[in-house]
Design a protein around this ligand. Structure first.
Ligand SMILES: [Zn+2]
Length: 329
């Protein structure tokens, strides 16, 4: 009797241990942390280094990041010079290479502004997002083969959702008149998105945010807005909106909305997941660039101006009827 009780106790202890012993996944930013949560579901514990809403280009590691790196079984990294701060940190704390390079099979875009530099923002193209999630899926199966079937099911379901999102973007961007497919943002995070989905990109800062705005770039952006009659510019969730607001008011156009590029939004925001973030960006861009209200930042005036033509028609008809009635008398 005592023997059975003892064995039951051991079994219970092992079960509870197995339940808590999840694969520890560390992601440099919230976008691939989200992908890992979707694919890993209940079998992974996911932590992120750069907090939601912070700028990964300017991130300075804190002591608890070192603990996270030591504890992690796997570290999900973008590469393409996105997390230069991490390379040194990993080399310092661990010789063991736990990093998974998510952009391994991505075709990188060269920076337009900086010769010799690659653009790190590959996740903005959803077909690249599928490549990122494929690398995550492969890493989870390799490190935790016991749950291969669950990972495979989650990955295939997620991949299908990403393929649908890709098609959604294509059909949404098609609604913007071709001459208005111009996206002006604070920093150059949308080249992959623009290249895949057919938007021309202009930004104030380069592919990183650690540079000052050059007056030449400002002049060039203002020239493009006037010449191409651009109806809106966009602010980003991780970047101070001041400069874009200045451009908006100087050109009397509108702020098209807030885009998510280098971080997800919090769980209650429109950018709470990778899929939500890209869908939200697309909806905001399509809505702002499809508008006919050019060069009119005052929405009340814009609404009022819509009534002028119908009002004149009614006024004209009433005048004619009145004249006919007067003549009859
Ligand atoms: Zn960026």
């Amino acid at each position: 009797m005592f023997k059975y009780l003892f064995l039951s106790f051991i079994l219970l202890f092992e079960m509870s241990f197995a339940q808590t012993e999840k694969l520890k996944v560390l992601a440099t930013t919230s976008m691939w942390a989200d992908m890992a949560r979707v694919i890993g579901s209940d079998f992974v514990d996911v932590e992120t280094i750069v907090p939601i809403g912070s700028d990964p280009h300017l991130y300075e590691p804190i002591p608890s990041d070192v603990q996270k790196i030591i504890k992690a079984d796997v570290i999900l990294v973008n590469g393409l010079t996105f997390e230069n701060w991490l390379v040194k940190l990993i080399t310092n704390v661990s010789e063991k290479n736990k990093s998974i390079l998510l952009t391994k099979n991505v075709t990188p875009i060269s920076s337009i502004d900086h010769q010799g530099a690659t653009d790190p923002h590959a996740w903005m193209d959803v077909e690249n997002g599928i490549l990122y999630s494929t690398e995550i899926y492969k890493a989870l199966v390799r490190l935790d083969p016991m749950h291969e079937r669950e990972y495979e099911f989650n990955f295939k379901t997620y991949k299908k959702q990403l393929e649908e999102l890709h098609q959604y973007i294509i059909s949404s961007i098609a609604k913007i008149p071709i001459e208005k497919r111009i996206l002006i943002t604070s920093h150059d995070a949308f080249q992959y998105y623009g290249k895949k989905y057919g938007l021309n990109l202009y930004s104030l800062l380069g592919i990183s945010t650690d540079a000052d705005v050059q007056s030449n770039d400002l002049i060039e952006i203002n020239r493009i807005i006037k010449e191409k009659k651009v109806p809106a510019v966009f602010v980003e969730s991780t970047i101070n909106p001041k400069i874009m607001q200045g451009i908006q008011s100087e050109n009397k156009i509108k702020i098209g909305g807030k885009l998510f590029a280098d971080s997800l939004g919090d769980e209650h925001s429109e950018g709470s997941t990778y899929i939500n973030m890209i869908k939200h960006n697309t909806d905001v861009i399509v809505s702002a660039l499809s508008t006919d209200e050019l060069f009119n930042s005052d929405s009340n005036n814009a609404t009022n101006s819509k009534w002028i033509i119908p009002f004149l028609i009614v006024f004209y008809i009433v005048s004619i009827i009145s004249l006919i009635l007067i003549n009859k008398k």
